[in-house]
Design a protein around this ligand. Structure first.
Ligand code: UD1
Length: 429
């Protein structure tokens, strides 16, 4: 179990560079299975979810060469099988994308029902409905999803819910289907656009990504491609919200500010100063924070992934704020831990009422999922005294060099290592 020690009360000042987007990389990596030429990817974040996906691809038979911390080359390889291993698949939700990519490449996929952050029920009915419309047979047996298709044929698919995962999976399968697929009520996230750009670079014909209607003309063969993954808007949003919550003056660099509009608007509404430049944003907090109501929605709405961080920020605003979580049912699991740090929060169904203004105090807390972990880290930076985050490994799933980045802007954040006796020792770094 990983632990992180945080000492609160230090302002954040300086510049951080944002890594490549986790959710784009996790969609693009399975798409590499379709390539019949060399693929070179850059700006791939070095995080545990990406490492897990790379191990799955290697296990399936892919040859991967690292060109640097964030750059990888993939050579076309004969695949050993169509069943990614359970122990890796259950670690993350994005392993479900292997369904779409293996179906496209081999016409069959057997994938354990995927794991990932525990955010309440996370059905995959829309993925399966789409695969079926494209001509695949879907069976679920002994915890395995078995997909087979003699031939994939383009179809008109209307998603009942806006789903990032279903949109990715159906783009992957439809890219290799015969004929035209029209995907309606598709997700519009920038990561979907990045995947479409990558697939098109390999020879796919996809139009409309970034709108709610995506049109895909299937192709028989995909070549190689070179592609740089977009910056991670959720990591950028994490630092933006942290700067406002902890106080200070932070320049968040190498971002696409357009992807951060919902966060920028919310921060301004709350009284933080946000300066937007072509490739960076600067966030400063000079005065008190104003309470604000917040609702999560699919892109371009306020992202659910930043809701736990926004909640921490709202604890610093004098007065009452209401958060409505519209995307996931179970996304308030961090609340009990935040309460242990003194936060005043009440939950009713999909709504959280935050009574802000009281100071937080450091405490041992347990990280429940990736973004909740980031929220607790920021809460620790705001709090008086020391906070120890237990089960911090969740954080490393999605944040590259998080301790280093935060320390470089003045925070006191250290990984703790367990001694064999169980005693915890300070990491010398
Ligand atoms: C992705 C992101 C995650 C983000 C989420 C919403 C990745 C790897 N993960 O997750 O970080 O929080 O989008 O922006 O990119 N749903 C169904 N049936 C389905 C599929 C989804 O009912 O077949 C529901 C879900 O339960 C949820 C909503 O649709 O309530 C949105 O889920 P979805 O967009 O699919 O999220 P993920 O792709 O799992």
């Amino acid at each position: 179990m990983e632990k992180i020690l945080v000492r609160g009360g230090k302002r954040l000042a300086g510049r951080v560079k944002i890594s490549g987007a986790k959710n784009a990389a996790l969609a693009i990596l399975p798409a590499v299975l379709l390539a019949s030429g060399k693929v070179s990817l850059s700006n791939i974040p070095d995080i545990t979810d990406v490492r897990t996906m790379l191990r799955i691809l290697e296990d399936l038979g892919m040859t991967i060469r690292r060109r640097g911390r964030n750059a990888l080359d993939f050579h076309p390889s004969r695949l050993r099988g169509h069943t990614p291993p359970y122990n890796l698949v259950q670690k993350m939700r994005a392993s479900s994308y292997l369904m779409g990519s293996l179906l496209a490449r081999l016409g069959k996929a057997t994938v354990p029902v995927p794991g990932g952050c525990d955010l309440g029920p996370r059905p995959i009915d829309q993925h399966l409905k789409g695969f079926t419309a494209l001509g695949a047979k879907c069976e679920i047996e002994h915890g395995l999803i078995k997909l087979t298709a003699k031939k994939l044929t383009g179809a008109h698919i209307y998603l009942d819910v806006v789903s990032v995962g279903a949109t990715v999976n159906l783009m992957l399968a439809a890219a290799a289907a015969e004929g035209r697929t029209i995907l309606e009520n598709a997700a519009k996230e920038p990561e979907i656009v990045d995947l479409a750009n990558f697939l098109n670079a390999m020879g796919a014909v996809i139009k409309g990504a970034g709108t709610d209607v995506i049109k895909i003309e299937g192709v028989k063969r995909f070549g190689g491609a070179e592609h740089a993954v977009i910056p991670d808007r959720i990591e950028a949003g994490t630092f933006m919200l942290a700067a406002a919550a902890v106080g200070g003056d932070l320049v968040i660099g190498e971002v696409i500010p357009k992807h951060l509009e919902a966060i920028t608007a919310k921060l301004k509404e709350m009284g933080a100063e946000v300066e937007v430049e072509p490739e960076q944003v600067r966030v400063r907090r000079t005065g008190p924070l104003i309470p604000s109501d917040l609702k999560t929605f699919p892109y371009p709405g306020f992202p659910t992934d930043l809701q736990p961080l926004a909640m921490v920020l709202l604890t610093a605003a004098e007065g009452t704020s209401v958060i409505t979580e519209n995307v996931f049912d179970g996304r308030f699991r961090h609340v009990d831990e935040l309460k242990r740090m003194g936060a005043q929060i009440k939950i009713e169904g999909r709504t959280a009422v935050v009574d802000g203004g009281g100071a937080l105090s450091g405490a041992p807390v347990t990280v429940t999922d990736l973004r909740a972990g980031a929220a607790m880290l920021v809460a620790g930076l705001m709090a008086r005294g020391e906070t120890v985050l237990n089960q911090a490994e969740h954080i490393y799933r999605g944040y590259e060099k998080i301790e280093e980045k935060l320390s470089s802007v003045g925070a006191y954040v250290k990984p703790l290592r367990e001694r064999s006796s169980g005693e915890v020792a300070r990491d010398p770094g």
